[in-house]
Structure formats: structure tokens, C-alpha cells
Ligand binder design. Structure first.
Ligand code: MN
Length: 158
């Protein structure tokens, strides 16, 4: 899906968010952004090739694969949290903090809650096992796609 959906949702003359293009090869960074929008939530983003989940041999330019996590990621083993996959974001979003104005998509304040690097341990089309090296989150985590919802619902847990 590259970044078409990301761009369609935003007016870059009105929001301070980056309008970036897909990046170079992934540096395997991650970020968790705390987002005080209409509903407070956390956004979890992994820097990965755009075709990461759809290809056996992903090689595309990097984007931020993104999930909205309403209750945030638990650092306690086995505590599962809903993570709704949302549109890919440009890699430059990894540094974004600021206020998205009223009337714009995602209006509210964004701040970085944690950041670091990750290693992929195991990937399937509907699941990902990875190790986070962050300040607040570290260790092995899983993302597993569920059959509930509209096909975008995953669970994330340590
Ligand atoms: Mn958000």
C-alpha cells in the first residue's frame, strides 16, 4: 500500500506531520508515540520494507509499519493488548512530535514514549516475533493477527 493512504488522509499545508517518501533499506528502528487524539492511544511503528508481510523476500523501500494500541504495550509477559494495524507511515515520522491541528486527521498531541531498535526473530504472514531494544520496552514480543475485527486487528504481547 506504500504511502498513498497516509497521504490521502492528510493536508500537508495544515499539519506539521512529515509528507515523506518511502525510505532506503530498513535500519530496524522502532518508535512508540503517545497520542492524545479524540481517544488517547499509543502508536507502535516498526521500520520495515513496505512489502514485509506480503513478500517471501521483502526488499522494498522502508516505511513504518504501524499499529494503534489503545491501552499501550505491556512490558509484563503474556499481557495481550489489541493493536489495530493502520496505514504505513513514512520513515521520517519516527522523529515526529507535535500537535496536529483541530480538524485534521488525528488532531491532538503526539510525543515519543519509547524508541530504539529491533531484531526480527520469526515472520509469518499473520505473525511476527521480534526483540525490542528500547528504553521502556525490551525483550521478545509477538504480534499476532486475529480473525476478529475488519482484518486489521492484531494482538501484541511480551
Ligand atoms: Mn495515532
Amino acid at each position: 500500500m506504500a504511502l498513498e493512504e497516509y497521504k490521502e488522509k492528510r493536508e500537508f499545508n495544515k499539519t506539521p506531520e512529515p509528507s515523506g517518501e518511502p525510505g532506503e533499506a530498513s535500519l530496524h528502528r522502532f518508535v512508540v508515540q503517545e497520542h492524545y487524539a479524540s481517544h488517547h492511544h499509543f502508536d507502535f511503528r516498526l521500520e520495515l520494507p513496505a512489502d514485509f508481510f506480503s513478500s517471501d523476500n521483502p526488499s522494498g523501500p522502508a516505511v513504518l509499519k504501524s499499529w494503534a494500541v489503545p491501552k499501550g504495550i505491556s512490558d509484563e509477559k503474556g499481557v495481550k493488548r489489541l493493536a489495530v494495524q493502520v496505514e504505513d507511515h513514512p520513515v521520517s515520522y519516527i522523529n515526529f512530535e507535535g500537535t496536529i491541528p483541530e480538524g485534521q486527521y488525528g488532531a491532538g498531541t503526539v510525543s515519543i514514549w519509547d524508541r530504539g531498535t529491533f531484531e526480527v526473530v520469526h515472520k509469518k504472514p499473520n505473525s511476527l516475533k521480534f526483540i525490542l531494544h528500547g528504553n521502556r520496552l525490551s525483550g521478545e514480543f509477538h504480534l499476532v493477527k486475529t480473525k476478529r475485527g475488519k482484518g486489521n486487528d492484531w494482538l501484541i504481547f511480551k
